[in-house]
Design a binder for this molecule. Structure first.
Ligand SMILES: [Fe+2]
Length: 314
């Protein structure tokens, strides 16, 4: 047995893991170990820093509940979620609307609502607006009966599950009509701070970052034969559009609030139009492409299996 040194330890670990039967697990873990060791060598990681990292990861796990997913928040604030979303987009057979963060506030159990319904129980004067758009394939062919799940914060910048894990508000599931159109009433989205009272918030503060997200509304769209789309619209004029703490916006997701859009199906209110194009399903869509999940589903005894949205979580 050779002597283990900072220079030889990586190969020793890789040798021991080389018999991993699952080839993808072998590949991913070998790369993770190589980069983790390279990182420790590059910064000459000290024992005190190592234990600080262990304490941090312990705190991230401990604060997670069925309504709060600090691990996803950590991934989001490190840009890993946005990176994985981008890599996922690269595997689509066609270029549709870009993916954006699912975030930590998606909820499987959302009410199915008819076209034109309001998703907000509380509407402050002047905050109401119409949200509509067309779901199509990448060539513009409308997709009828597509499922459009929508969730956003209320006027206080909080999601329903942050205020009360048992209540449902500012979210709903709609179905597109024969022209691929979905339409609903809601409130204008506002920018908000990510939860700053946990270990991820402490990290963000220590880095001198503001912790803000630009105003946005989340979407999860599905249609048979097409790749599921997890995305969000962002208000173009939001002051945090260029430095979102979780790196969500990209060019095709920025929209504006219109005051008199003649094509809006509901008149008399400000409106947001957000059209989405879905790629046809391909080989990469055999497993879920969601970067995230319902926090409650992550804590269920049966772990996620990478199955389709109908049978798994998001
Ligand atoms: Fe959000």
């Amino acid at each position: 047995m050779g002597e283990l040194t900072p220079e030889t330890i990586t190969d020793a670990v890789l040798d021991q893991m080389a018999m991993t039967p699952d080839p993808r697990m072998r590949e991913v873990m070998a790369s993770a170990v190589k980069h983790l060791h390279a990182f420790a060598r590059e910064v000459n990681l000290t024992p005190a820093e190592w234990i600080k990292g262990i304490e941090f990861m312990t705190a991230v796990g401990k604060i997670c509940t069925p309504a709060r997913q600090e691990c996803i928040l950590l991934s989001d604030t490190l840009g890993l979620s946005a990176l994985v979303n981008g890599l996922h987009d690269n595997t689509a057979v066609e270029e549709g609307t870009h993916t954006s963060l699912l975030g930590p506030f998606y909820r499987e159990a959302s009410p199915s609502l008819s076209a034109g319904s309001h998703i907000a129980r509380t509407v402050k004067p002047g905050s109401e607006c119409v949200l509509y758009g067309r779901v199509s394939d990448v060539n513009g062919k409308p997709l009828a009966n597509a499922t459009v799940s929508i969730w956003q914060t209320g006027a206080d910048g909080l999601y329903d599950i942050q205020e009360n894990a048992a209540s449902t508000d500012y979210r709903g599931v709609f179905t597109t009509d024969a022209d691929g159109v979905y339409v609903l009433r809601t409130v204008k989205p506002i920018g908000y701070s990510i939860p700053m009272d946990g270990p991820v918030g402490a990290m963000v503060r220590a880095q001198g970052r503001h912790g803000m997200r630009p105003a946005h509304i989340h979407f999860l769209v599905g249609a048979p034969g097409y790749r599921e789309l997890v995305t969000a619209l962002y208000l173009r004029d939001d002051p945090y559009i260029a430095d979102d703490v979780v790196f969500g916006p990209s060019g095709d997701l920025a929209v504006e609030i219109e005051t008199n859009d003649p094509s809006c199906p509901i008149k008399g209110l400000p409106s947001i139009r957000f059209d989405m194009r879905l790629s046809r399903e391909g080989a990469a869509d055999k497993t879920s492409g969601r970067v995230g999940s319902d926090p409650a589903a992550i804590l269920k005894p049966t772990a996620r299996t990478g199955q389709s949205p109908a049978s798994a979580a998001g």
